[in-house]
Write a protein that binds this ligand. Structure first.
Ligand code: NDP
Ligand code: OXD
Length: 307
C-alpha cells in the first residue's frame, strides 16, 4: 500500500495504517519503495501523474469522502477501481459544523460579531428553527445525516438528490426538473453534492435567483460548485443575506480574493469535516484485504456518475 498526499499528515497516515495492519507493507510515496508491488494507493490531492507509475494498482482509495481530485488528474489510470470514505465521524462532524453555521445565521451571531468590533449595540429579531426551511442539495451520507439532525431540531427540511428518494420528515426532490422547486423552499441552502460534470457551477446566478429573497447559502462541498461572481452579485443586490463558505476554487483562498473581506461572507479553511485517521483506517485495511481476496470493495465510486 502506498500513501500519496502533499500535506503535513502524510507520516501520520503511514504510521496509522502500519500500526493497524503490521502484515501489510505501507509506503510513503516520497521514500524509495517497490512500485511494482503496490496494489493500493491511499490518496488525498496527490500530485497529478503520481498514480501512473504503479503497474499493478488494484484500487485508488480516497482518504476523504470526495473523489473529484482523482478524476481531475489527467493521468489517472482509468481502469483502476476507486473507493472513498464513508465514516460516522465524518458525517456527524459535517452535520455539527453546518448546524453551527445555521444557528449563527438565524440568531444573528455573525452580525453581532461585526457589531462588537464597532461597539455597536443593535438588537435584532431572531428566528426559531421551526420557522426556517433548510434545503440540502445532495442527500447522501453527509446530507442525509444533516437532514436527520435538522429535523430533530425542528427545522423544516427539503432535500435534492439525483435519483428519487423517500426521507422520513423531509420533502424530497430529484433530478434537474425538480431543482427549482427545492430551491424555492430553501430559506437556507446547504450544498453537499459531489463535484461532477453535472454539478460543477450549480450554485450560479440562475439557481441563486430561485431562492427566496434574503436566503443564506452554505457551501461545504467543493469550491467549483459555486460561481464566485454570481454569489457576489446576489449579495450586492440583497437577494442573498449572506453565505458561509468552507471550500474554494483555489485553496488556500488567494489573499486578493474579494470573499476575504466581504462583510456578509463567513469563511473557514476547508475544515467542515476532516477524516479521523483512527476511525477511517479499518475500512482502508478492509479494502486492501478484499482486493487481495478478489472481493467487492467497500464504498466503491462509480466512474459513470463520478461519485
Ligand atoms: P454521497 O455520494 O454519499 O452523496 C451524494 C449525494 O449527491 C447523493 O444524494 C446524490 O444523489 C446527490 N447527487 C449527486 N449528483 C447529483 C446530481 N447531478 N443531481 C442531484 N443530486 C446529485 O456523498 P457524501 O455525502 O459522502 O459527500 C458529499 C460531498 O461533500 C463530497 O463529495 C465532498 O465533496 C464534500 N465534503 C466536504 C467536506 C468538507 O470538509 N468541506 C468533508 C467531506 C465531504 P443520489 O442519492 O441519487 O445518488
Ligand atoms: C472530503 C473533504 O471530501 O475533506 O472528505 O473535503
Amino acid at each position: 500500500m502506498v500513501v500519496i498526499r502533499q500535506d503535513q499528515r502524510l507520516g501520520e497516515w503511514v504510521n496509522a495504517l502500519t500500526e493497524a495492519a503490521p502484515d501489510i507493507p505501507v509506503y510513503n510515496y516520497l521514500e524509495d519503495h517497490p512500485r511494482n508491488e503496490v496494489k493500493m494507493a491511499v490518496v488525498w490531492k496527490h500530485p497529478d501523474g503520481s498514480l501512473s507509475c504503479y503497474p499493478h494498482l488494484g484500487c485508488i482509495a480516497s482518504s476523504g469522502a470526495g473523489v473529484d481530485f482523482i478524476f481531475d488528474d489527467p493521468e489517472f489510470p482509468k481502469g483502476v477501481p476507486v473507493s472513498r470514505v464513508v465514516d460516522p465521524f465524518l458525517t456527524a462532524d459535517m452535520s455539527e459544523f453546518v448546524i453551527a453555521r445555521i444557528f449563527a445565521h438565524i440568531k444573528n451571531l455573525n452580525i453581532y460579531s461585526r457589531d462588537q468590533r464597532h461597539k455597536s449595540w443593535h438588537p435584532l429579531p431572531y428566528r426559531r428553527s421551526s420557522a426556517v426551511c433548510v434545503g440540502i442539495l445532495g442527500m447522501g451520507a453527509l446530507g442525509g445525516k444533516l437532514a436527520l439532525d435538522l429535523l430533530n431540531l425542528n427545522f423544516r427540511v427539503v432535500g435534492w438528490s439525483r435519483s428519487p428518494k423517500n426521507f422520513r420528515g423531509a420533502t424530497m426532490y430529484s433530478g434537474a426538473d425538480q431543482l427549482a422547486t427545492c430551491l424555492a423552499h430553501s430559506d437556507i441552502l446547504v450544498c453537499l453534492l459531489p463535484l461532477t460534470r453535472e454539478t460543477r457551477g450549480i450554485l450560479n446566478s440562475k439557481h441563486l435567483a430561485l431562492l427566496p429573497r434574503g436566503a443564506y447559502l452554505i457551501n461545504v462541498a467543493r469550491g467549483a460548485h459555486l460561481v464566485d461572481a454570481d454569489l457576489l452579485e446576489a449579495l450586492e443586490t440583497g437577494h442573498l443575506a449572506g453565505a458561509s463558505l468552507d471550500v474554494f476554487h483555489s485553496e488556500p483562498l488567494p489573499a486578493d480574493h474579494p470573499f476575504w473581506i466581504h462583510e456578509a461572507i463567513q469563511l473557514s479553511p476547508h475544515v467542515a469535516s476532516v477524516s479521523d485517521i483512527a476511525s477511517v483506517t479499518p475500512q482502508l485495511i478492509e479494502n486492501y484485504r478484499r482486493l487481495e481476496a478478489g472481493k467487492a470493495l467497500l464504498n466503491p465510486v462509480s466512474r459513470l456518475t463520478g461519485y
